[in-house]
Design a binder for this molecule. Structure first.
Ligand code: SF4
Length: 419
């Protein structure tokens, strides 16, 4: 199954057209540390290079967040590697304001100093890209609905669970793809828990997952033990991401630790089968897809609420699915998870996906578990729908001032750390 090479959606953001594309686009397997700053640009450059095999030079201009945090995120390194051995000249343009998306890049191909092609690409979050000139075909719409209320009504009419809705529209092939996804998520946890040392980038940040996993206080209770284990899994994946290793976007690289941490903890503790986990991943993918389609999963577009908030909602929905809760309760768990991330800014120190990102994954994993607990008791009293809160997240994200959206110009990123 090749999910990697096409425009992901007909519209670059907040698609209001009917339907949604495959949930496979929510789970991309690739190298960290940033889906929009490494996986997306890498994919765009690969497509462009393959379209112009005779080119003997490429140029890339990075704009917006790609220009402001591209160095910390390793965007230039991945682009040069992708075009190699062909020469590639990269420009960071931090001045241009009137952009179609905060993550915009312009690619040009040259043959003997003559420009033979030029295109603009938007990296719209989660490794998804959009070629402005339709250089590649749009991905097909596989779901007829793009609002939770409609999906819920359909499932109710047809007496099916959310994961069954996914299988009905995607076919059995989604199950085998998600088996690969789950294996890759578990690998990130296991390798991350074994790894030690300093993360790259210059912040001198120690990996902490292994210590967290092995540390045990004398007065540890079952609750604090759960916290420590779940957090260690989230740290493990996030540290693998920060080190530029292979991870699965869920829905982005920066937020990749939340969902696997919650699912892995409960699989180990309660011996859920891989099949049950795959069903939970389907439900989580549906929630991520709704957010991507109706709002954004891009920190550069809507702040960290769109990355960590979305990941938390996906994890809450997945856990509620694993617990076999009703669709109402799954919806409420996901809604709570986003609601309490509203307004969260994206302010990575030195443009590295390390502080606050790694800890933030662990905190969000705990929050997802709490959201499921609240939803299972209070679901009948809720007043806000998932569709409502997704719309609110989009509006809040657009109201956030641009320095708080993956530019490293404000918030925690202003704190001077000697590197
Ligand atoms: S602060 Fe949040 S959105 Fe920004 S890079 Fe870190 S994880 Fe991603």
């Amino acid at each position: 199954m090749n999910f990697s090479n096409n425009n992901d959606n007909k519209m670059p953001q907040g698609n209001t057209a009917v339907g949604m594309t495959s949930i496979a686009h929510i789970y991309k397997i690739g190298r960290g540390p940033s889906s929009s700053h490494t996986i997306g640009p890498e994919k765009a450059c690969n497509i462009f290079k393959s379209k112009y095999p005779t080119a003997n030079k490429f140029t890339v201009i990075l704009y917006g967040s790609l220009a402001k945090t591209g160095k910390g995120h390793g965007t230039d390194t991945v682009i040069k590697k992708t075009f190699a051995p062909v020469e590639c000249e990269i420009t960071f343009d931090i001045e241009k304001k009137d952009l179609p998306h905060p993550n915009t890049m312009e690619l040009a191909a040259f043959e003997n100093s003559k420009e033979i092609a030029k295109t603009t690409v938007l990296s719209i979050g989660g490794g998804n890209i959009f070629f402005e000139d339709s250089l590649v075909e749009s991905e097909p719409i596989v779901y007829p609905h793009n609002k939770f209320i409609d999906i819920e009504a359909y499932c109710s009419d047809n007496n099916m669970r959310l994961w069954e809705y996914v299988v009905q529209h995607e076919g059995q092939q989604i199950e085998s793809y998600l088996e690969t996804v789950w294996t890759s998520m578990k690998d990130s946890i296991k390798i991350g828990l074994r790894s030690e040392g300093i993360l790259p980038g210059g912040l001198e940040l120690q990996r902490k997952a292994k210590t967290l996993y092995n540390s045990q206080h004398i007065d540890e209770t079952p609750e604090t033990k759960q916290n420590r284990k779940v957090c260690s899994y989230a740290f493990a994946v996030s540290e693998q991401n920060a080190a530029g290793e292979t991870i699965v976007t869920a829905p982005t690289c920066g937020a990749a630790g939340v969902l696997p941490a919650v699912l892995y903890y409960h699989q180990v503790k309660n011996r859920y089968s891989d099949e049950q986990i795959i069903h939970a991943l389907m439900t989580a993918g549906l929630i991520g897809n709704l957010i991507k389609t109706n709002a954004s999963i891009s920190g550069a577009e809507c702040g960290c609420q769109a990355e960590i908030g979305s990941a938390c909602a996906m994890a809450a929905a997945a856990l509620a699915e694993l617990f076999d809760l009703s669709i109402d309760k799954i919806e409420y768990a996901a809604e709570i998870a986003i609601e309490h991330h509203l307004g969260l800014t994206c302010d990575p120190i030195c443009g590295l996906v390390q502080i606050p990102c790694i800890e933030r994954n662990a905190v969000a994993a705990m929050r997802a578990i709490n959201a499921v607990s609240l939803a299972s008791f209070l679901w009948s009293t809720r007043k806000i729908s998932l569709d409502n809160v997704i719309q609110t997240m989009k509006e809040t994200g657009h109201d956030l001032s641009s320095p708080y959206k993956e530019t490293s110009e404000a918030g925690l990123a202003k704190i001077k750390i000697q590197i």
